[in-house]
Each structure stands twice: as structure tokens, then as C-alpha cells.
Design a protein around this ligand. Sequence first.
Ligand code: ZN
Length: 147
Amino acid sequence: MSGLDELYKEVILDHYRSPRNRGKLEPSDFDLHRDNPLCGDEVHLYGHIEDGKLVGVAFEGKGCSISQASTSMMTERVKGVNLDNAEELAHLFKRLMQGESLADDERLGDLAALQGVQKYPVRIKCALLGWNTLLEGLKAYKEKHEG
Ligand code: ZN
């Protein structure tokens, strides 16, 4: 069980116990519910976009600490950020989960705490659930507004 210590670092537990930006968001420009059946995780993500910026983001969800903490950390990082930068951060986080050694990349900040998840392939889907939902929401928004 010793490897799990690394998974449940304090920062992860803090976000799990006190999720940031939790709740519904109205009005919203995207509103998506996604799950990870392998683990039973669920995330419902809301985003509000103005002038190319994600001015509001909120989520509801349930599931393991990794899925909920990762989503909470994501909302904290992408709120108020322009869409391209939010997408760039999501792709950077995916690279971290895919096993790249990026802990020293300062763009990750607190997200580096999730690096330990790399070693638990079954948990990677948990960590990516909120981020993939975000990318899907942003893509749908762009298609609707640029099409
Ligand atoms: Zn999970």
C-alpha cells in the first residue's frame, strides 16, 4: 500500500474534502455530464464564456478522491483564463498523465501533485475525467460559435 501514500498527497485530499467551484452555473455556455464507469466517477461540468475567456466554471460530481480532486484543481486553474490557454493546460496535464516527466514545469503548479497517478494506469482515467470533459465543452463551444 505504500505507493498509495504518494497518490493521496495532502493537496489532493484538501481538494477532495473542500472542492473548489462546486455547484451549478447559470447561465452557462456548456453543461456536460460525463462518467468513468471503471471507477464509478461522475462529473457534471459547467462553463460560462465571455470575450474568449472562461469567466465561470463549476462542477458537481461524485466518485473517488482522484477524480474529484483533479476536477476541483482544474476549475481553480482554468477559471478566468482564455480558452486557448485553458486547452493548452489540459493538454499539458494529459501529457503528465501519459507518463511524461513534467513535475518541474512551472505551468503545472499544484497539478504536479497528481504526478503519482502515472503509476496507476487504472487511475489515470479518474484524473483525466474532468479535463476531458472540459476539452469536450470547449470544443463544442468553438464549433457552435466559429462555425
Ligand atoms: Zn476514480
